[in-house]
Design a protein around this ligand. Structure first.
Ligand code: G3P
Ligand code: MG
Length: 235
């Protein structure tokens, strides 16, 4: 029974910040899930939305802001005043923090329509290689099948998870194409029959984002291996 803090640990710290990662470690949650995109000048940065509007005191698209501009922004005050020093982490900083805290990482490759898939995956692969982050402490996931194919080509030793909202009918074919390790799906869309079939096929099964442990207790019985939750500290 594994747990991952969603976007760090978004229930109790500003999402996708090092403060959230520290909270996950403090609560002995084994894993964190975070999202990675590229800044305008090609720095891999940890952020979920296409823009910085919701989670910082700035505005604009991530892909149109440089790393230097992003670093000026306050990514914590929107959540709580005590977090006003929080800055957007880059991927190297995030990896170093997870390593230091002995946290396992589910890194989600987050793509928006105008993004360059190859550029993002190549940058992630290069950053992971430089950091020497242990492959057995890491799973890369994405909603983009194309990105996962690129991951397979550029960093074959890193385990791949396919993200879906609802699991598609051709799941077995898609998973085979990317030589997947895991399936990550919306907990509200998962059925017991799907869970059984995926486990029978030998994949790990992860759900996001069940924030009330009591409503999903049955999912452990269904064979779900990990729940990715804003409230992983409450499980
Ligand atoms: O990786 C699980 C989950 O994070 C996927 O959805 O939108 O929160 O990135 P989202
Ligand atoms: Mg995510």
């Amino acid at each position: 029974m594994k747990l991952a803090g969603h976007r760090g640990l978004a229930g109790i710290a500003p999402e996708n910040t090092l403060a959230g990662v520290h909270q996950a470690a403090k609560h002995n949650i084994g894993w964190v899930e975070v999202d990675v995109q590229l800044s305008q000048d090609g720095v891999p940065v940890i952020i979920h939305d296409e823009t910085v509007n919701r989670c910082s005191n700035g505005s604009g698209s991530v892909r149109e802001l440089s790393w230097q501009q992003l670093q000026q922004l306050d990514f914590g005050s929107w959540f709580a005043e005590q977090y006003q020093q929080e800055r957007i982490p880059n991927l190297s900083q995030l990896l170093a923090c997870c390593k230091e805290l002995a946290l396992k990482l589910n890194l989600e490759i987050k793509l928006y329509p105008e993004d360059d898939i190859k550029r993002l995956v190549q940058t992630v692969a290069d950053t992971l290689a430089q950091s020497a982050f242990a492959a057995d402490q890491l799973i890369i996931s994405s909603f983009s099948h194309e990105a996962l194919l690129q991951c397979q080509e550029m960093m074959p030793s890193i385990r791949r998870g396919h993200l879906w909202e609802g699991i598609p009918d051709d799941w077995a074919e898609q998973l085979s194409e990317i030589d997947a390790f895991s399936v990550h799906c919306d907990y509200q869309r998962l059925t017991q029959i799907q869970a059984a079939a995926i486990k029978r096929a030998g994949y790990e099964l992860y759900t996001y984002t069940p924030n009330d442990p009591t409503t999903v207790a049955k999912h452990w019985q269904w064979g779900v291996d990990m729940m990715i939750s804003d409230n992983a500290h409450l499980y």
